[in-house]
Design a protein around this ligand. Structure first.
Ligand SMILES: *[C@@H]1O[C@H](CO)[C@@H](O)[C@H](O)[C@H]1NC(C)=O
Ligand SMILES: *[C@@H]1O[C@H](CO)[C@@H](O)[C@H](O)[C@H]1NC(C)=O
Ligand SMILES: *[C@@H]1O[C@H](CO)[C@@H](O)[C@H](O)[C@H]1NC(C)=O
Ligand SMILES: *[C@@H]1O[C@H](CO)[C@@H](O)[C@H](O)[C@H]1NC(C)=O
Ligand SMILES: *[C@@H]1O[C@H](CO)[C@@H](O)[C@H](O)[C@H]1NC(C)=O
Length: 453
């Protein structure tokens, strides 16, 4: 195995480490916001300006400095105060600068606006709320009181997660969890929870991890309602009705009687991790993807995740030559930008290929040709042992040295796809081969890759 010529540092989970301004005491802010409320952003708070407290003083809604764009940006967030961890963030139409003239008001809807650009975010104005409260679960709610004093919830942050779910928060197919940098998402479908790569430019999300309800245990009733997921005491449960989960993904703290706030976060490296708060630190009790090469962008665009732990470039470029080919942003279906070149490489395999689109074809030439002729194909991998051709209909990443999975390369026979056993699938790939098609789009090099294993 060739030595790694380029090592891209493995991105570590991004923890938001902010320090609350000492001028802030959570108790100085109220527990309810009523119609007519308006507050301006005060930049004398260095990191977090609290606006609303929960009854226990553990959580606070406020203006938070930080976010993916660095410390110059402002988010509207619900913070877990002991750890300064944002559990929820409003999804803003445009990034807001920390220094901007921002205000938050409540007129029945919660409205975040910027003096220059107007409304940046608001809750929907379907029905006017009477008050805004932050529950002791960290759920932010717009409520009104019905006749008889019953509380009607008009909007709640639990239905609009950012990168995190907390214990007790129902995660339905109507919601999407996205990593802070928006590169990865988590969704719940009929019988599974899955992680996806997100791409700009209309490329559909691409699945890279899936936890399916185990067929043997599942009691999913056809027509019995949609599946939703929820973090419980040391597990992620999938439910159809609240009485019992149809599936449980246990964390390492499962059944150990550990109490403490729990969260499940889709971190910016694309891994899904669960934690509980032990009173001092967040203790991690789940890391969904253990193998670094199975994390889709662990070696970046056109990188190759190596057996020895390092990253290389598909085109064998080196760091001193500017690193691997740049991430592509082109659209090969745009007739003006459909020129491409080809790179082929042996010894390449696709991570999470059991989830990839594939078909048996007669030959390597047919596999490559089918990709070349389809403008939504960025590359393909051919396994001449199994005869499978895999199409990569997304900008190229997630590639690894073929040996990495040779011992377990099953071409994706798994419990959820009901795939046929393929003779020879366990055989070590004998021959492999890659091609890259390249176009110059908006001064960026966009590429299509055909890989044959
Ligand atoms: C609250 O203010 C926003 C922004 O000015 C406006 O669009 C919305 O209609 C108002 N809602 C109510 C209930 O007055
Ligand atoms: C989650 O869904 C269940 C079942 O519909 C419901 O009883 C429970 O109140 C929901 N929890 C929250 C926090 O909305
Ligand atoms: C939380 O975990 C840390 C690190 O293991 C430990 O030092 C600390 O004592 C724990 N806190 C509590 C309250 O158990
Ligand atoms: C091109 O590839 C896309 C994505 O894999 C697929 O949906 C489509 O059917 C293909 N088109 C043709 C003409 O093969
Ligand atoms: C795969 O290709 C290699 C190299 O051409 C060849 O030696 C091997 O026999 C092929 N394997 C199968 C199963 O066709």
């Amino acid at each position: 195995m060739a030595a790694a010529v380029k090592v891209v540092p493995f991105s570590t989970p991004i923890f938001l480490l902010v320090y609350l301004s000492t001028t802030v005491a959570a108790s100085s802010v109220g527990h309810e916001i009523h119609r007519g409320f308006s507050v301006a952003h005060d930049t004398s708070y260095s990191q977090f300006q609290p606006l609303l407290a929960d009854p226990t003083g553990v959580f606070s809604l406020g203006f938070l400095r930080g976010g993916d764009g660095g410390s110059s940006l402002l988010d509207l967030a619900v913070l877990h105060l002991p750890s300064s961890t944002a559990l929820w963030r409003a999804t803003l139409a445009r990034p807001l600068r920390w220094r901007a003239d921002v205000s938050l008001s409540f007129n029945g809807s919660l409205v975040l606006s910027d003096s220059e650009r107007g409304i940046i975010w608001s809750t929907p104005a379907v029905d006017a709320g009477e008050r805004l409260v932050l529950l002791d679960s960290s759920n932010l709610q717009v409520q009104k009181l019905a006749a008889g004093g019953a509380v009607v919830v008009l909007w709640e942050s639990f239905n609009f997660p950012a990168d995190t779910l907390v214990q007790g928060q129902n995660f339905t197919s109507a919601a999407v969890v996205k990593s802070l940098d928006q590169s990865f998402s988590m969704r719940v479908a009929e019988s599974y929870v899955a992680l996806y790569m997100e791409f700009p430019g209309g490329v559909p999300p691409v699945i890279y991890w899936k936890h399916a309800a185990m067929e043997a245990k599942a009691e999913i009733v056809a027509g019995g309602g949609a599946i939703y997921a929820r973090v419980g005491e040391g597990f992620l449960g999938m439910y159809q009705t609240d009485s019992a989960p149809v599936d449980v993904l246990p964390f390492s703290s499962f059944n150990r009687g550990i109490r403490g706030l729990r969260r499940l976060t889709l971190e910016s490296d694309g891994n899904l991790r669960a934690y509980y708060w032990n009173g001092t630190i967040w203790v991690r009790d789940l890391e969904a993807i253990a193998d670094r090469c199975e994390i889709p962008a662990s070696c970046g665009a056109y990188g190759l995740c190596g057996n020895s732990g390092g990253c290389r470039c598909l085109d064998d470029a080196r760091e001193e030559e500017g690193g691997c080919l740049p991430a592509a942003s082109g659209d090969f279906c745009d007739a003006a930008n459909n020129e491409f070149g080809i790179l082929r490489r042996k010894g390449v395999d696709l991570a999470h290929k059991e989830l990839a689109a594939r078909e048996k074809v007669a030959s390597l030439e047919e596999c490559e040709g089918s990709c070349e002729q389809n403008c939504s194909c960025w590359g393909a991998i051919y396994n001449n042992a199994s005869g499978y051709c895999y199409w990569l209909d997304f900008p190229i990443q997630s590639l690894m040295e073929a040996d990495q999975k040779a011992a377990t390369a099953t071409d994706g026979e798994s419990e959820w796809d009901g795939g046929r056993a393929s003779a020879g699938a366990l055989q070590r790939p004998q021959f492999s081969f890659v091609s890259i098609n390249r176009a110059l789009v908006n001064s960026q090099i966009a590429l299509v890759l055909t890989i044959i294993t």
